[in-house]
Design a protein around this ligand. Structure first.
Ligand code: NAD
Length: 321
């Protein structure tokens, strides 16, 4: 039986990735600095560790027989939506660099054969709404919009260098925004789809909901089941170098908000207010990941319907509690 380590297993994507690996028949160890907030872990073993510390990385990376894991998925990060990463710049830079340096170094030294790193399309520069898609190589010359993106770019280079100098196959995906049930939906770290679902779920017919920006920013939102299928396909491929991973459905924030409102069946007004909105537009080539036969299967409306139902239930449970 293959053994996999998922770092960040107490988080949104890591939690879903554990489920995917269990479906594929793996023995899975999950590691995180905290337990999952919304669902019991499906991992065979779950360790609470702080991966900023090298000795905790070693403990995480040592399989039960004392050897290395067959596959290591590094998703642990101090992160959140724009509201969080625009204010917590020092924490994001320090904590994530420490995690990624110690994880790549220790994994390589321990002889880990395959290492996955979760990067982000935040490593790219801002774009004009009508620009043609950027390919993975267009990350350079680099001009990420925020410090979270700069650290991801640096961490890509760290993992890649260890792959060059050790016998460790490195796979890197640059995720576009992911959303779905069992992700952070309140507290300041939530991302746009979850925040909008929460605001709509809390509103009554006739209310207004506040949305940051002016609604024109363009994004791609990828349902989490599609994302973890893509991670798995990439990890088991020969594709070296960073790979963009996301759906083809580009929408404005206004379209995202309207989709959530439509799904809710409520009659609501939208009030745009100043806030941290990030880049204006995103458009990335998916040719590399599609060369593996992967493509996103869940349309935005269907993914939002599933996510809204889960967040509405959380909101209602909180009210009743
Ligand atoms: P998340 O915040 O839900 O999960 C990250 C997990 O890392 C959390 O559970 C957190 O507790 C854990 N963590 C933080 N510091 C740690 C430490 N010192 N030691 C151990 N664990 C620690 O985020 P997510 O949305 O599941 O994202 C997973 C990965 O994907 C992250 O690396 C993130 O940067 C990347 N990513 C996510 C998105 C997205 O849309 N969600 C987009 C691009 C990239």
């Amino acid at each position: 039986m293959k053994r996999a380590l998922v770092c960040g297993a107490g988080g949104f994507i890591g939690g879903h990735l554990v489920k995917k690996l269990k479906r594929e028949g793996y023995w899975v160890r999950g590691v995180d600095i905290k337990h999952h907030e919304f669902a019991p872990t499906q991992a065979d073993e779950f360790l609470l560790l702080d991966l900023r510390q090298p000795e905790h990385c070693k403990q995480a990376l040592t399989a039960p027989d004392g050897g290395a894991f067959d596959e290591v998925y590094q998703l642990a990060a101090d992160m959140g939506g724009m509201g969080f990463i625009s204010v917590a710049e020092c924490e994001v830079l320090r904590n994530n660099a420490l995690i990624n340096i110690h994880m790549a170094h220790t994994a390589a030294q321990m002889g880990t054969p395959r290492y996955f790193f979760s990067s982000s399309v935040c490593i790219y520069r801002d774009m004009e709404p009508d620009e043609p898609p950027l390919t993975e190589e267009d990350a350079y010359p680099a001009q990420p919009d925020n410090e979270y993106g700069w650290e991801k770019l640096y961490a890509e280079r760290v993992a890649t260098a260890y792959g060059r100098h050790y016998s460790m196959q490195v796979r890197i995906a640059r995720f576009e925004n992911s959303y779905g049930p069992e992700g952070t939906w309140r507290g300041g770290r939530e991302k746009a789809p979850a925040a909008i679902c929460r605001k709509v779920a809390e509103a009554d017919d006739g209310d207004s909901i506040e949305v940051w920006g002016d609604g024109t920013a363009i994004r791609v939102f990828t349902y989490v089941d599609d994302l973890v299928d893509g991670i798995y396909a990439l990890m088991h491929s020969d594709l070296e170098g960073p790979v963009n991973l996301g759906s083809d459905e580009r929408v404005t924030i206004a379209e995202l908000v309207q989709t959530v409102i439509d799904v809710s069946g409520k009659d609501l007004r939208i009030k745009y207010v100043p806030g941290p909105i990030g880049v204006h537009a995103r458009n990335f080539s998916k040719a590399r990941i599609k060369s593996l036969g992967w493509e996103a299967k869940i349309p935005l409306r269907e993914g939002i319907a599933r996510t809204y139902a889960w967040i509405e239930a959380q909101v209602n449970a909180t009210r009743e509690g």
